[in-house]
Each structure stands twice: as structure tokens, then as C-alpha cells.
Design a protein around this ligand. Structure first.
Ligand code: BDR
Ligand code: CA
Length: 341
């Protein structure tokens, strides 16, 4: 096992060493994958990994409101697909608002459009007019192998899919979701953005019985990209490298102002990279509950102590990410972006 950078916001108790349970794609047997996203700078980089890596077979991309309103996140997704040459990728717009609550967006992180900082091409992709839930259902039903879902935003589309298609739940082998946190949140002290926006959807997804890896802030704050990585992207000499370097430059401003860091955290890319690299992410097996009450809205309550779980009649059924090999992550992402024209 490679050395994993310790959690920057450590808890006072050590994590038990738990083996990963997410399926792993291989070149010989690529994982069928659907991404649900709200681009978002880090969403865009996650899509690049999914398209570049031969261990993954990206079947389609669905879009949710989150970092910005749905028309923006949909347009951004299709522009990213164009940048990455994925002109025929099935793509569909989904929920414009969370299940119950009003939409809360992150223009303060990603800019007004949700993907500020670079000159992106005209939109591409094969638009599935029947919408995100229908596209997920169509792709899952048609796949000979069980499909992995990688939601990289609020879980609204995934919850709606689960509610509309209980007959397809058994054909989803795993959900690798960027969201949540063991420790401190990034919208409130209690909650990370994706779960804060739609905690009711998260509760539906976590109750579905589908195996989940929760890739939260404790891990993703270690997925660092800064000036050195920007220079490496520029050095690729390709358009994608330049565009992603520009996007990183914009994204870094928030991290500088908010945390005083000279790098930004590429959260969403970790949830996808985990599906191709078994050495990248450390996990702990835990039970996760989603808090819906106002004060701690969206808190992901993570518990891995066997005696407590036994007393509560709960199982440690979720893989919760608690560490990332930072250098390995940066190499993987730069290499993926370097593969495009
Ligand atoms: C998550 O929130 C969004 O702003 C990012 O795209 C990521 O999915 C991080 O909290
Ligand atoms: Ca996102």
C-alpha cells in the first residue's frame, strides 16, 4: 500500500484499516459507469478521467442543479464533452431543484456560470430528451453488466431514479459519490455542499441498499492541484491542458481566500479515480446517517465502532474515504488530461 497522506482534520480516534469494496475497472474488463454531475470545475476533471481511462466505460452523463442552476450545469457539461471530444456521449438534464428544499448554489466557489475561468467550446453530446432519470434507467437496463453510478453533485437525480425504478436497483453494483464528511463541512460546520443542498435525496440513496463509497472532504481536501500542476497541464501543449489549467487558476482563488491554501481540492475527481486505482484512496467501513434537522442539516453521521453499531442494529455498509495519496492523484489527473487533443 502506498503512503496515504493523513487526514488534515484528524479525529482523535484512529481509523481501522478497512479494505476497499468498490469495484475496480481493468483494461480487460472496463467498468460500465454513469456520471451524474453539476459542473463545476472538479466535475469537469472527473469527466476527463472517466473518458481518458481505459478501465472505465462511460455510458452516459446526467446533470443536476447544484453548483449552479440546471441550464448552466447542463450547458457546462456539454461544453466539457465537446472539449474532450465526446461528441456522441449520451447526456441528459435532470432535476432543477432538490426534492424538498429550495436550491442553494455555489457561485461563490465556481463563479456565476458554475464553470468560470476558461474559454470552452460550443456544446456537444447526444441529448436524451426524456431526461436524466430516463437516461439512467435506459442505460442500466440495457447494460449486460451491473453499472456503477458516480454522482458528483447533490443526489436528487439518483434518488428520483431509485424511487422511479426499484426494479433496476439490483443492476447498480455500486455508487461512488463525492459528498459528505466525517469531520467539518464546507457550507456549514456540519455539512458538505452536495449533501447540504439535498439531504432528503441523500437519505433516500443511503437507505436504498445499494453499496456506497462516500468520498467526502476528509479525503478530497487531499486531492491537491496547484501552480506546479497548472504548469504540467500547460506543458501538455494540448487545448484540454490549457483549458483545465485556466479552470484551475480560477478555482484556486476560492481556496486561497477561504483556507489560505496555495492549491485547490479536486473533490469530484477522487470519486471517479477510486474506480481505477486501488492504491489511491483509504477507506473505513462505517454506517452513515444523514441528518435532516435544521441545525445540522446535511451532516453525515459516520460510525465505525462495532459495539455501537451492534447496539443500534446497524451494519458498517458504507466505505467512507478518509485519505488520499496526493502525489499519485495529481499524476493520475494530469496524465488523464494529457491524453486529449
Ligand atoms: C462538492 O461541491 C461542489 O462545489 C463540488 O463540485 C463538489 O462536488 C465539494 O463540496
Ligand atoms: Ca460537483
Amino acid at each position: 500500500m502506498s503512503p496515504l497522506t493523513p487526514n488534515p482534520m484528524p479525529l482523535s480516534t484512529p481509523y481501522p484499516d478497512s479494505p476497499r469494496r468498490a469495484p475496480l475497472g481493468t483494461r480487460a474488463k472496463p467498468l460500465p459507469l454513469i456520471i451524474d454531475c453539476d459542473p463545476g470545475h472538479d466535475d469537469a476533471m472527473a469527466i476527463a478521467i472517466a473518458i481518458a481511462r481505459p478501465e472505465l466505460n462511460l455510458l452516459g452523463v446526467t446533470v443536476v442543479a447544484g453548483n449552479s442552476i440546471l441550464p448552466n450545469t447542463f450547458l457546462n457539461t456539454r461544453r466539457v464533452l465537446a472539449l474532450l471530444g465526446a461528441h456522441d456521449m449520451p447526456v441528459a438534464a435532470g432535476a432543477a431543484v432538490p426534492l424538498v428544499r429550495p436550491l442553494f448554489t455555489a457561485a461563490y466557489v465556481h463563479g456565476e456560470s458554475g464553470l468560470e475561468g476558461a474559454d470552452l467550446p460550443e456544446p456537444a453530446g447526444r441529448v436524451h430528451e426524456a431526461g436524466a432519470v430516463d437516461l439512467i434507467a435506459t442505460l442500466v437496463a440495457a447494460s449486460p453488466e451491473p453499472v456503477v453510478l458516480a454522482p458528483l453533485g447533490p443526489l436528487t437525480n439518483i434518488a428520483l431514479f431509485i424511487q422511479a425504478h426499484p426494479e433496476l436497483i439490483s443492476k447498480v453494483s455500486h455508487i461512488s459519490w463525492m459528498g459528505g464528511a466525517v469531520g467539518e463541512g464546507n457550507v456549514t460546520s456540519a455539512a458538505e455542499f452536495n449533501v447540504y443542498v439535498d439531504p432528503d435525496a441523500a437519505a433516500v440513496v443511503f437507505a436504498s441498499g445499494i453499496p456506497i463509497t462516500m468520498v467526502g472532504l476528509d479525503a478530497t481536501h487531499l486531492a491537491k492541484m496547484g501552480a506546479a500542476e497548472r504548469a504540467r497541464l500547460e506543458a501538455t501543449g494540448n487545448r484540454a491542458g490549457r483549458v483545465f489549467s485556466d479552470l484551475l487558476g480560477f478555482f484556486e482563488v476560492f481556496y486561497q481566500e477561504r483556507y489560505g491554501w496555495d492549491y485547490c481540492a479536486i473533490h469530484d475527481a477522487v470519486a471517479v479515480a477510486h474506480l481505477v486505482d486501488p492504491e489511491l484512496v483509504a477507506v473505513v467501513h462505517a454506517a452513515v446517517d444523514i441528518e435532516l434537522a435544521d441545525l445540522q442539516r446535511g451532516r453525515t453521521v459516520v460510525d465505525w465502532f462495532p459495539d455501537r453499531l451492534r447496539d443500534r442494529g446497524r451494519a458498517a455498509s458504507v466505505d467512507v474515504a478518509v485519505g488520499v495519496d496526493s502525489a499519485r492523484f495529481a499524476d493520475l489527473l494530469v496524465d488523464a488530461i494529457g491524453q486529449f487533443a
